[in-house]
Design a protein around this ligand. Structure first.
Ligand SMILES: Cc1cc2nc3c(=O)[nH]c(=O)nc-3n(C[C@H](O)[C@H](O)[C@H](O)COP(=O)(O)OP(=O)(O)OC[C@H]3O[C@@H](n4cnc5c(N)ncnc54)[C@H](O)[C@@H]3O)c2cc1C
Ligand code: FES
Length: 275
């Protein structure tokens, strides 16, 4: 039977809360007219009526079904408009799109999460999903960097409750400290150490700006991680989000459909993967 459903048609979502996370990032809490069931690492297209749509990875835990949180950095047209929007507005959502993290494949392993900047948004969704079933994993080890202490997002939980979870180990760093900061200073790769996890039984998850993902991946390879142990979330420029327009091609892959989560072994031989 031919389906006449328009794949570009968003559903309505009420903006029920806005949280200022950092000088450039806000989290938007949305209540879609019907739940969007997603896996950590999948993305949605968020429409600002009259302005346009853009892809974002939910930062909330997938088990939270009635509302969805999305943390958004101001980058250009759509995101600047979003940063001006007020509570109560109706936005559009379509998705979930793409493939998320294969969490079941991580069972029995140490999970080494490396994040930078707004890259903590998809990582938060994954982290919370892993914590919900943490008995399935040996440990969850996180290394996360921000430009300055003000630029950390989810400050309350990142500096508080998450640090106290049994089986979880979090280390933070900033590129540039200020008076209050007494912790690590340096880009996130400076706090990665070869004995952070037992590499033979670990997977690494890297998410952040392309330059950070590149150098973190190179460091992990240097430590002895194999390309198929490293999971990357690739944020290519997208348009349709459903494998039709070709905007997001990476070698033979459509990032929107085959990704955005890939192992490094899947994409390492293609040119310009970090552009
Ligand atoms: C799968 C996926 C998940 C994403 N998740 C998040 C998220 O959770 N939070 C978040 O803040 N951002 C996320 N992004 C990035 C976000 O989609 C872009 O910042 C947004 O599309 C910019 O739209 P704009 O209209 O504000 O900017 P535009 O006016 O379109 O562009 C501003 C600048 O940003 C560049 N740009 C646009 N889109 C991208 C992109 N995808 N990657 C790199 N540069 C881009 C443009 O080339 C231009 O230089 C994600 C992107 C993808 C592909
Ligand atoms: S965004 Fe259109 S094919 Fe991927």
């Amino acid at each position: 039977m031919i389906s006449h459903k328009n794949p570009y048609q968003p559903i309505g979502a009420e903006l029920i809360n806005i949280i200022d996370e950092s000088p450039t990032i806000k989290s938007f809490v949305l209540k879609p007219e019907k739940p969007i069931i997603f896996e950590a690492g999948q993305f949605v297209e968020l429409t600002v009526p009259g302005c346009g749509e853009a892809p974002f990875t939910p930062s909330s835990v997938p088990s939270q079904k009635d509302t969805m949180e999305i943390s958004i950095m101001k980058a250009g047209k759509v995101t600047a408009q979003l940063h001006e929007i007020k509570k109560g507005a109706t936005l559009g959502l379509r998705g979930p799109l793409g493939k998320g993290y294969p969490i079941d494949n991580f069972c029995g392993k140490e999970i080494y999460i490396v994040g930078g900047g707004v890259g903590l948004a998809p990582i938060r969704s994954l982290f919370l999903a892993l914590v919900e079933r943490k008995k399935d994993f040996v440990s969850i080890v996180c290394r996360y960097g921000a430009k300055t202490p003000e630029d950390f997002i989810y400050k309350k939980t990142l500096f508080g409750d998450w640090q106290k979870i049994d089986g979880v180990q979090i280390k933070l760093t900033v590129d540039k400290a200020n008076g209050q900061w007494k912790d690590n200073v340096g880009v996130v790769t400076t706090i990665l150490k070869p004995d952070d996890v037992k590499i033979a039984n670990a997977v690494a998850v890297v998410c952040g700006p392309p330059i950070m993902m590149k150098f973190a991946t190179l460091k992990l390879l240097e430590f002895g991680f194999k390309p198929d142990q490293i999971y990357l979330s690739m944020e290519k420029n997208m348009s349709c989000g459903i494998g039709l327009c070709g905007h997001c091609m990476l070698g033979k892959y459509y990032v929107c459909k085959d990704g955005p989560v890939f192992t490094y072994s899947q994409i390492k031989d293609y040119p310009k993967i970090w552009d």
